[in-house]
Design a protein around this ligand. Structure first.
Ligand code: SAM
Length: 329
């Protein structure tokens, strides 16, 4: 995207700016246990993919047995901003790189193994594009490249990894992001280390760049068990007005499977005031809005959802927002 003004809420470094970025997402922790287990999940407005990756983590961690394991079978993150989607793919690889090593014999490389053994990830990666050089010209060739996520832009810190990371983030500096071994066809999800099937992390996590309000992505066709919409409604509302937001709710209903779950974290109306200043169009659109976040429940029920079940507020330090769960009837 050419504009540096995040008129879609397409903030870079968004997660690093949230309080306690190293912890698992507080909004996810509000949800009933099992919400994502073996589910096919869509994360709309996935930004840099932190939440998407966390939902997809499905290995048991011996070091943190109390940690949440969401264990989705498949998670797709979609975002309107292509550069954020690229960062999301890097995030996926960074999370993968710091997970516990395999407990059974596989070809998985370990961060303490020599970099020279690393093979490029050919089987399971974002769509190939011309790669920018990520290593400074004067870097000795024997040195592992710095993970791209650490040099993407000023706002990008060393990736903070979920509490479930096994290796310290310094391993990424030292050895670079590790290659992801190809998934094994037909293998079912299992404990991390043995689970190399399509439903094991990171193979179960992927990303798409698209304006999801206007474009269907291929995964929409099969539908989803759970859709996560965190801090997105304001941006769709300000761009597409009341009718566009209603159409978005209708699309959520269409692509959810019967009995499916919509997890919604709408931004409060007061937060629209600052956002509208980002562009004359948003300012003009703001003045046309009749619908308020308090009224979203009614629209969603008209569309065919039951709910909401109010899960409480997630986030902290200015990000405290209600998390609501709806069910497709
Ligand atoms: C404020 S961020 C929220 C990120 C994330 N959902 C979270 O709360 O952790 C909103 C994200 O939605 C994305 N977005 C806005 N409009 C979108 C659209 N029409 N389709 C897909 N993504 C969109 C933005 O690029 C941005 O990354």
């Amino acid at each position: 995207m050419s504009s540096h003004i995040p008129i879609h809420g397409n903030y870079h470094g968004y997660y690093a700016k949230r309080p306690s970025p190293h912890l698992s997402d507080t909004r996810l922790r509000l949800l009933p246990a099992g919400t994502f287990t073996n589910a096919t999940v869509l994360d709309v407005g996935c930004n840099e993919g932190w939440v998407t990756c966390e939902i997809g983590l499905n290995g048991h961690d011996e070091l943190a047995p109390e940690a949440q394991v969401y264990g989705a079978a498949k998670v797709v993150g979609v975002d309107i901003d292509e550069s954020l989607v690229e960062a999301a793919w890097r995030r996926r690889r960074a999370v993968w790189s710091l997970q516990a090593p395999p407990t059974t014999s596989t070809t998985t490389l370990h961060p303490t193994e020599p970099r020279a053994a690393a093979e490029p990830n050919i089987s399971d990666s974002p769509p190939k594009k011309k790669r920018k050089r990520t290593v400074p010209k004067n870097t000795p060739t024997t040195q592992a490249p710095v993970p791209p996520a650490t040099q993407q832009h000023d706002a990008d810190p060393v990736p903070d990894l979920p509490a479930r990371a096994y290796f310290p983030a310094s391993c990424l500096h030292e050895f670079g992001p590790q290659p992801i071994p190809p998934s094994i066809k037909g293998e079912v999800q299992g404990e991390r280390g043995s689970g190399r099937g399509k439903t094991a992390f990171p193979h179960n996590v992927s990303f798409r760049a698209a304006d999801w309000t206007a474009t269907d992505i291929p995964e929409d066709k099969a539908g989803y068990d759970v859709i996560v919409v965190f801090s997105l409604t304001k941006w769709i509302h300000l761009h597409a007005l009341d009718t566009g937001l209603t159409a978005f709710f209708q699309k959520l209903h269409r692509v959810l499977r019967p009995g499916g779950t919509l997890v919604l974290e709408p931004q409060p109306w007061e937060s629209y005031t600052k956002a509208r200043r980002m562009s004359p169009t948003l300012k003009e659109n703001y003045s046309k809005l009749l619908l308020r976040p308090e009224g979203f429940g009614e629209v969603l029920r008209e569309v065919g959802f039951a709910g909401p079940v109010r899960m409480g507020c997630g986030g902290e330090g200015g990000f405290e927002r209600p998390v609501h769960v709806y069910t497709k009837l």
